[in-house]
Write a protein that binds this ligand. Structure first.
Ligand SMILES: *[C@@H]1O[C@H](CO)[C@@H](O)[C@H](O)[C@H]1NC(C)=O
Length: 330
């Protein structure tokens, strides 16, 4: 084992919570741009990440790029706690009398952690995506209306769910409807039950399990390169860089699955945009209507979100802020 010292669960929770809060604050706007870019079909409102951020701030104000951040800020601690604890748990379960884990076992541990994490992340992503995409939808409707008012109205359709919230068409992109996370959650639970809140669970699993399978062993092995011997920890800088590198490689690798997940979880579509019936249908339509390149939409944003998120997490974990806090209260 790399770490001789066992870290208590409360300390881990504090580490995960702090890392999450700092991480969300730093990278949420890029995450928002990612969602909006991935949801663009045909007629594009944004040309890229920068353009999306600039336009969003212009029409929705500075905090417009933080729409949906409250979901992450609230749930990030339970999420991190589950993921980190589960990974350590499975690693310990799979380790044989103090020997190092084999690559296959590391992967299995990553798989287990990814599966546990999804219980929290799937509904979280569901709510976050509706909030993040609302502004794009408004801008898209406005653009479509401006170009062809009549045919746009005729083509208007309302996707299933959220029945009383019709696609909102406004003269002004700043005046669009702003739903709240709790209102969306309540609507979904009432109209579709738990299944509504867990829409896209399959796609989330399909994304997060491979992510963990790539990330955790990659991190452990890059991190090992910075260890003088098995007894010592790698330097902070080395762990930080290991987290960033492993995170961005894993993030870019699973981008196609992330695109499918975003599309499936987005309840309201713009005028003339495809709706989907499950993962296969979504993959087929994206391939046919938008081409294979569409599966890499938001890849840069995703790397720019995940790398700092994981770098920060590993950094906080490594410094051991949680352990200091726990010691302080002893
Ligand atoms: C918000 O939470 C979701 C679910 O865990 C995660 O995939 C996403 O990267 C988070 N975004 C930010 C900016 O922290």
């Amino acid at each position: 084992m790399r770490d001789k010292k066992k870290i208590s669960l409360p300390a881990k929770l504090i580490n995960g919570g702090i890392a999450g809060l700092v991480g969300v604050t730093c990278v949420f706007p890029i995450d928002l741009a990612k969602t909006r870019l991935q949801n663009q079909q045909g007629q594009a409102v944004y040309t890229g990440m920068r353009d999306c951020l600039v336009k969003t701030i212009r029409s929705e104000g500075f905090f417009g790029v933080y729409r949906g951040a409250a979901v992450n800020l609230t749930l990030v601690t339970p999420e991190k706690a589950i993921k980190l604890a589960a990974n350590d748990f499975f690693r310990q379960l799979l380790s044989q009398d103090g020997k190092e884990l084999s690559l296959v076992r590391e992967m299995l541990a990553g798989c287990g952690a990814g599966t546990c994490q999804v219980v929290v992340t799937s509904p979280m992503e569901m709510l976050k995506i509706q909030l993040q995409d609302a502004g794009r939808l408004a801008a898209h409707q406005q653009k479509a209306l401006g170009q062809d008012r009549l045919s746009a109205v005729a083509a208007s359709h309302s996707p299933p769910g959220l029945h009383h919230r019709q696609p909102y068409v406004s003269e002004s992109a700043t005046a669009y409807q702003r739903p709240s996370a709790t209102a969306i959650a309540r609507d979904l639970l009432r109209t579709q039950g738990l299944a509504g809140l867990y829409k896209g669970l399959g796609a989330t699993l399909l994304r997060d399990v491979p992510f963990s399978v790539i990330y955790f062993p990659l991190f452990a092995n890059i991190n090992k390169l910075g260890q003088e011997n098995l007894e010592e920890k790698a330097s902070f800088l080395h762990s930080f860089v290991s987290g960033c590198v492993a995170g961005s490689v894993a993030a870019v690798a699973v981008t196609p699955l992330d695109v499918l997940k975003t599309r499936i979880q987005t309840l309201k579509k713009g005028l003339g945009e495809d709706t989907y019936n499950g993962i296969i249908d979504c993959a087929r339509k994206v391939w046919i209507h938008e081409g294979p390149i569409a599966f890499m939409k938001g890849a840069t944003c995703r790397a720019l979100v995940i790398a700092p998120l994981f770098g920060i997490a590993q950094g906080v974990y490594f410094i051991g802020i949680g352990e200091y806090v726990m010691d302080f209260f002893k």
